[in-house]
Each structure stands twice: as C-alpha cells, then as structure tokens.
Design a protein around this ligand. Sequence first.
Ligand code: 2NL
Length: 330
Amino acid sequence: MIAKADSSGSLEAAKVTVLGRKSPFSRVQRSLGSFGPEDRKRLGMAANELRDALQAALDERRRVLAETEEARLLEGERIDVTLPGRRLRMGSLHPLTIVEDEMVGIFTRMGYRVEEGPEIEDEWHNFEALNIPPDHPARTLKDSLYVDVDALLLRTETSAVQIRTMETQPPPVYIVAPGRVYRRENPDATHGSVFHQVEGLAVDEGISFADLKGTLEMFARELFGPGRRIRMNPDYFPFVEPGCQVAVSCFKCDGAGCAVCGNGWIELLGAGMVHPTVLENCRIDPERYTGFAFGIGVERVAMVRYGVTDLRVFFEGDVRFLQQFQGAGA
Ligand code: 2NL
C-alpha cells in the first residue's frame, strides 16, 4: 500500500490506514495492557519494531515522491533560453505632445522655466488680473465654460498660471506655461472646446520689444528651420500694449505661396509687451520692470507641421492616425 502511493495525498491516506487510530497496529497497542508482564514486553517490542519499519517505509516513499514531484515540476517549467524574445508593442507619443514638448524645449534651452497651474480658475486669475474687464465678451457664458460653483470657470488661456507666478515670485521671471485650455465653441475643422497652448512670459529690468522680436525669431527658426523669417503685425489683446500677431515664412515655399500657407506666411502666435496694469495687478512696479508675453496654439502648429486639415483627428483616438507618429518625439 505504501509502495503503491503515487502522490503525497495517497501516501497520507496509507499512513492513516497502517498507523492511524483505527489501524490493526493501534488495536494491538491498545490491547497491550491486557497481557501479563512477559508477554507485554515481547509484544511491545515487536510492535515498536513494526512501527519503526512502517515509519521508515513511509519516510522512504515520501522522499521518492518528493523527488519525482520536483522533477515533474522542473520539467513543466523548463524554458528554452535560446528562443527569441517576444517583441513589445511600443506605443507612441501623441502628435500634440510631440509638438508641445518641442516648443517647450526651445524655451527651456533659452533659460525659461516651466510652470503649471489649475485648469479650474477663478475670475481674478483668468480675467481681472489680465485687464479683461467685466463687460468683455470673452467673459460671457457664451464664450467661457463656467463651473456651477463660486464663479469658477475652465481656464480660457494659461495666462492665469503666469499671473500666479508673478504674484508669488519677484522678477526676473522667465517662464513658459503649457497646457490644456477650454472655450465654448461650436466644433468644426479648426475649432474645438478643448485645445492646448504654450504661453511665455519674460519680466525683467530693461526688457524691450526688440527682445520679444529676437526671442520669437529664434523660436521660429528652431521650430521651422534656420532660414525662417518672422513678420509682426499690430493686433489687440487687453493684457498687452502694444500687441501683435506673428507669422513665420512658410517652411515649404519660403514665402512664395503654396498649399500649406496660402500667401507665403503661417500665422503662428499672438504676443506683446505686458500691459502696465497687469504688472501692477501682480504688485510689480511697471516703472522699474517691463516684460513681454506670447501665446502659441499647439493644435495650429501641429496642423501645419503634419499637414492636418481637420483638428478633430487629434481627439478621435484613431490608432491608424496615431500610429503614424511611432518613434517621433521623445
Ligand atoms: C494668442 C494670443 C497671447 C499673451 C497671450 C500674456 C500673459 C500675461 C500677460 C500678458 Cl500673464 N500677456 N499672454 C499675450 C499676448 C498674446 O496669446 O493668440 N494665443 C494663441
């Protein structure tokens, strides 16, 4: 019975049968008391011998079973280390991430720091501090997405991050604020309710419009190639004075006019000298400090860079689109 046990389970059962409380062996042991001293001694010794023999057989069988079970386990887990590895399917960075990282990288290499802030803002940081008055159309429910509590809203630009930085850190300030922003829009090929910005801000003694121009020219050349020129046209934003819009000469046709640009120029960003009222709102003395700021749309740059004509492809998550950026960026 012991020799036939083929698992630790059946061996345990065999042990119960031969040595357990109901085994013939136990019956003999229990009956020892009813014999005289001589017989008891003889019988007892024989019983002990038998028990030792059974125990030895059980131990030996247990050892053999453990060995074969171990061997079976090792065989089952055997691996062929010479097989080729399984190739990992790599993901890819999102095209907007690639473009945003690249733009941020250009500025950090010029010495700017990256600042981030909340996506749910109060009206002070999102509007008032930026010299956007209460009757400005951008502040109506029609243009912004308000949260139902405490006059909070989804930030409409990342300028609020820069206000927070100016409020808490004395100049000099050289920062970029990348991130997601929200507007109330009817979605179409070039507008969505969610988009991304990289805003930049420099506040220091003696900052001039020439510094703004040099910085943006450098930026445009890093982003679109060494031969690029920039064009600045006057524009109005409440938080800058003067303000301008900036275009870069087309990287495809170098200004001649083509399918990418139309008239040779690609509208790139808005910029200007920080309005003195904005500095004052952050308790920075506009007599001592001046600054420039700019705001760049990430989707817009990604569209011209990759020849995308409908920005909704950036948000649909179609892997056939996204897989084309395999290996790009990072
Ligand atoms: C655009 C225009 C702009 C700024 C953003 C800014 C921020 C502070 C102070 C002053 Cl804290 N200005 N930001 C200035 C001019 C233009 O963005 O068309 N963006 C896509």
